[in-house]
Design a protein around this ligand. Structure first.
Ligand code: GCU
Length: 681
């Protein structure tokens, strides 16, 4: 652990791969920095930390261009004293890493158009040095493909974190805003993976958080925003749609009411007086007891556009969530299907949202389950800016007790072809703006960090944060490569370490799925905190999340013959999902009501598959433990034993899942496991 009580994840420059430090030192003894407008303070700081921690001396920075020797050369493209030929055009936040030889001098160049670009380049350069890349071969042009790369923190002002599993908030404590070394290190950490937008407070805006946009908080927020800005990051806030009532003393928040509009305009102006580079608002409206325009008979577009108008003069954005559904459903009502809600509400509004509004859509139509189909809203709204919302925090995916690497799932989502404009209408091409040509698109991840010494509680959950950033930068990147780089930067490059941890990470999602709720079932968790098995925990509740298991079948018929959810997809998905024999089996129970004796592609019945997966899932966790044990001595003892403890708990809880779920089905059906394994009668 670092002296200040926490570790620096992949930015711990004392950890390194097998590299020749003497050779490397030659590049760093004379760093040329061209910084006429003094914008590269954080670049210098970062290099200083790196060279000191990694190579063991303090680097010096010079403005004079050397005629011989090896050097690192940094500056904006327009300020560099050497010409850099680019094979590809550079975008505002992009960077170049390039080896250039000029007479007797050799340079590795870090450059970009903006200070943010140069900073991203610096982090990438450091990573490459650490994994031992040959600097003389450097020739990289890298532009982020997705414009808005968001972290959403669900932090409350009292310091708790909604769905947080790694300690308390690093932003708030006792209704105060924290600004300390950790805030800075957080900023370094997320800038190093290319995040450029952060919402620091919970989407459920209650209590003191309502007042975050009041001067009492704005002053300190402006300091935070300044820190963020130095790292190329914009600060956003979640706000309540009913702020005019709570803060303005009005009797309404009706978006078409002139007093409401005026109040927001003045409020926004005040915010920008304090925070000139403020990013904008994130809004959870008409959702799970949060106020919104529906309360006044207005549409989601009326609500979003009213705020957009107030923010527009300052270049601010409205990030408006599509997570709108009836959370007061009667379980006896078989007609309402929660999965259909977002599309039903937002699709008719396509084309009505202002240009500085982006609709933030959860990846699936329900709520961050271990397996859901991709939301049909992607591919449903061609004239609207869209942001894909992912959950890095493992609410339904093991709460950072279970190992559940999410990069593989995210990759599937990004690669999903919506067919909205024919072949190759991938989600990643919607949110990178190329498919519909929209400007303000993005990706948002609900953060998984807290003030735990390792930030994420489970050490291997750091890989989720890392991967989120990497895929946000380039959704086409290979997940295996992303994982391997993370392992090398975090644990070093021992072959067995890389092999075993890669295997564990890359298989962990399927393993978690198998011993919890396979085939798109979801939801069999304990209500409220959402941890651990409870097959009927949500069955008779008002949340709209039912599987309706009886003695002979399970699942909801969401086909065109059932709730009609499949009709929200473009062909061929509509027909594929509609047909029980064509539907991808991993989503079978999401789309279909299926008898337990239904024969699956492997020749076994649905029920036997459910039994098998639960037994196999537990065995896989045992295998993970074995693989981890092989790394003893190759990983520092603290982290080795921390992960070991998590894996042991995972095993215990996986066994609980296996036995509860198998027993549930056995008791419902009376059908025995073909292999006669232990199930409780
Ligand atoms: C989930 C989660 C809530 C959260 C909500 C949201 O339902 O359990 O805690 O507020 O998602 O995304 O708004």
């Amino acid at each position: 652990m670092m002296p200040n009580g926490y570790e620096m994840c992949w930015l711990d420059y004392k950890k390194h791969c097998d590299v020749d430090k003497n050779e490397l030192s030659k590049w760093f003894s004379y760093i040329c920095l061209f910084d006429p407008t003094d914008e590269f303070q954080v670049v210098k700081e970062e290099l200083a930390i790196f060279v000191t921690d990694f190579l063991g001396f303090r680097p010096r920075f010079f403005k004079v261009f050397p005629k011989q020797g090896r050097h690192v050369l940094i500056g904006k493209l327009s300020d560099l004293p050497v010409e850099v030929n680019l094979d590809e055009q550079l975008s505002e936040e992009g960077f170049v890493l390039k080896y250039v030889k000029k007479q007797d001098a050799e340079f590795v160049i870090i450059t970009g158009i903006s200070a943010a670009g140069v900073l991203y380049g610096t982090f990438e350069f450091i990573n490459r040095v650490r994994v031992g890349e040959d600097l003389r071969k450097l020739n990289v042009v890298s532009n982020p493909k997705i414009k808005l790369r968001f972290l959403n923190h669900w932090d409350n002002l009292d310091g708790t974190i909604e769905r947080g599993y790694a300690g308390k908030s690093i932003f708030f404590s006792n209704n105060k805003i924290l600004l300390n070394q950790r805030t800075k290190d957080y900023t370094r950490l997320i800038a190093s993976i290319g995040i450029n937008s952060v919402v620091i407070n919970n989407v459920n805006v209650r209590h003191a958080a309502l007042k975050l946009i009041e001067p009492a908080y704005l002053k300190r927020l402006s300091q935070l925003a300044q820190l963020f800005q130095r790292y190329g990051i914009k600060l956003f806030l979640s706000v309540s749609f009913a702020s005019p009532i709570h803060l303005g003393g009005l009797d309404t928040a009706d978006p078409l009411d002139e007093r409401v509009k005026k109040w927001w305009k003045e409020k926004v102006k005040q915010i920008y007086d304090y925070i000139p580079n403020f990013g904008g608002f994130l809004i959870k409206a008409d959702s799970e007891f949060n106020p919104g325009p529906h309360m006044y008979g207005r549409t989601q577009a009326d609500g979003a556009n009213m705020l957009a108008e107030a923010l527009e003069p300052f270049g601010g954005l409205v990030i408006w969530r599509a997570f709108v559904y009836n959370c007061q459903q009667d379980w006896r009502d078989y007609k309402i299907d929660r999965a259909k809600a977002a599309y039903d509400i937002f699709k008719p509004l396509d084309g009505q949202f202002a240009d500085n509004v982006a609709i933030q859509i959860k990846y699936g139509p329900m709520d961050f389950q271990i397996r859901e189909p991709v939301s049909p809203l992607f591919g449903g709204m061609e004239k609207t800016n869209q942001i894909l919302e992912l959950q890095i925090t493992q609410e339904y995916t093991g709460q950072q007790i279970h190992l559940c690497y999410l990069g593989t799932m995210w990759k599937e989502i990004l690669d999903f072809d919506t067919f909205s404009k024919g072949n190759n209408s991938f989600v990643k091409r919607i949110i990178d703006g190329t498919l519909y040509g929209r400007k303000n698109n993005g990706i948002a991840g609900v953060a998984n960090i807290g003030d735990d010494p390792n930030w994420t509680s489970h050490d291997l959950a750091q890989a989720n944060l890392w991967t989120f950033g990497k895929l946000a930068w380039d959704p086409d990147e290979d997940v295996k490569k992303i994982v391997e780089e993370w392992i090398k930067l975090t644990f070093g490059d021992d072959e067995l370490v890389v092999r075993n941890i890669s295997y564990m990470l890359l298989n962990s999602r399927e393993v978690y799925e198998s011993y919890t709720t396979p085939f798109g079932l979801g939801w069999m968790v304990n209500p409220g905190h959402h941890y651990g098995p409870n097959p009927e925990g949500y069955e008779y509740s008002h949340w709209g999340t039912y599987h309706r298991a009886n003695w002979e079948a399970i699942g909801v018929d969401r086909t065109s013959r059932g709730t009609g959810f499949t009709l929200q997809y473009h062909e061929p998905w509509r027909s594929i999902y509609d047909d029980i024999h064509k539907c991808p089996e991993e989503l079978l129970l999401f789309f279909h009501r299926v008898p337990y004796n239904f024969k699956m592609k492997n020749g076994k019945t649905l029920l036997q598959n459910i039994y098998d997966l639960h037994f196999e899932g537990v065995e896989k966790v045992q295998e993970f433990i074995k693989l981890w044990d092989e790394l003893e001595g190759k990983i520092d003892a603290v982290r080795f034993s921390r992960v070991k403890k998590k894996l042991q708990l995972q095993l215990e809880h996986a066994i609980e899942w296996r036995d509860v779920i198998n027993t549930y089905f056995y008791r419902r059906t009376g059908i025995k496991d073909e292999k006669g394994r232990k199930i409780y009668p």
